[in-house]
Design a protein around this ligand. Sequence first.
Ligand SMILES: [Zn+2]
Length: 380
Amino acid sequence: MRNVSSLALISLLGALLPVTLTACATEEDEDTALFESAFEDNAGGKEDGGCSGVVVPDRSGFGKHVALTFDDGPNPATTPKVIEILKRHHAPATFFNNGSRYAAAGAKELAARIAADPDYILANHSQHHLNLAEQTAAKVATEVDGTDALIRAAGETPKYFRFPFGSANCSAKTAVQDRGYIVTGWHIDSADWCFAAGGGTCKKSTFRYVPDEMRNDMQGYVMSQVRSTNGGIILFHDIHQSTADHLDAILTAMEHDGFSFVRLDDTTVFPKLHGKAPATTKFIGDTCTTNADCNFTGGHCHAAGFCTQACAGTCPDASGKAPTFCIADEAMANTGMCVSKPTTGNGECHAIPNTENRIEARFIGTSSSSPASANVCAPL
Ligand SMILES: [Zn+2]
């Protein structure tokens, strides 16, 4: 079965991309350079992404939410298997299609099926998967518009565009945005293209950023990446049989780790991508009514009505917020809690409910902090 699919894929590629087969080494080298540069753009990720086609303006705060994306399809030999696995996991996904693929038998029907399914978003990945940073303005336009028309014919109004290899420049990015598209990069490259190219081994010469101990372990690599970003947008390719073969285990591992799957158009997880301001994050000393209000790591709502977190010796500070101090938690023995110091910003504690400005000793607990005391906003 697997051989049949591989043969079908090879003949499909042969029909669509004869250049790939005759100039394999050159194409692979270029893919390597472009994907490595996309990885580096993300590692150094500027907040607003600038003219990058890969940097997503939302850089953190994903709360273990993952948006799955699949590029370069549709491929009638492998995409249906990917969809079957997504259904099993009740996972929404976005498919960034190349219009040139629609010539294959069954591909248009597959695109229409994706467009009709409310779990999926059909998105534009250009017509021929060229490096659009190196094309003329006229070529960029036809590459975008060709696939735009095909997606509309499939029954969906396209909203998201992803540059092939995440490679863009300012004029190409502007051209895409002027057509009403949201340029969509990724946070995590699954490197499935690299594992596929090496028959299950991602070679260092193909993609150097996969650690050596994970060169035969796509699942391990994907999990290490998704843990390091705590979620975000992840890039796969639904054209590879090996991606379809590993997807079930990868999604299961993510679920086991507490990750859940969200749509790309989830504006609470990706607000900046959609031009919205992120929801303000509460911090120690901010007012609250429930624990959920205190949406920072370790945060919970003190009975007095302000956000706090457990501590021993020291507490974190945040820019734009009052400095903090660790004092004994009167409600729990041998436990410290973080409180704000009085500032003009919190009205010398008057803005923090049920607290007063008084001197308290530092709670040291098991820490190596030195004894100290400070004026703090302590519960009444
Ligand atoms: Zn692609």
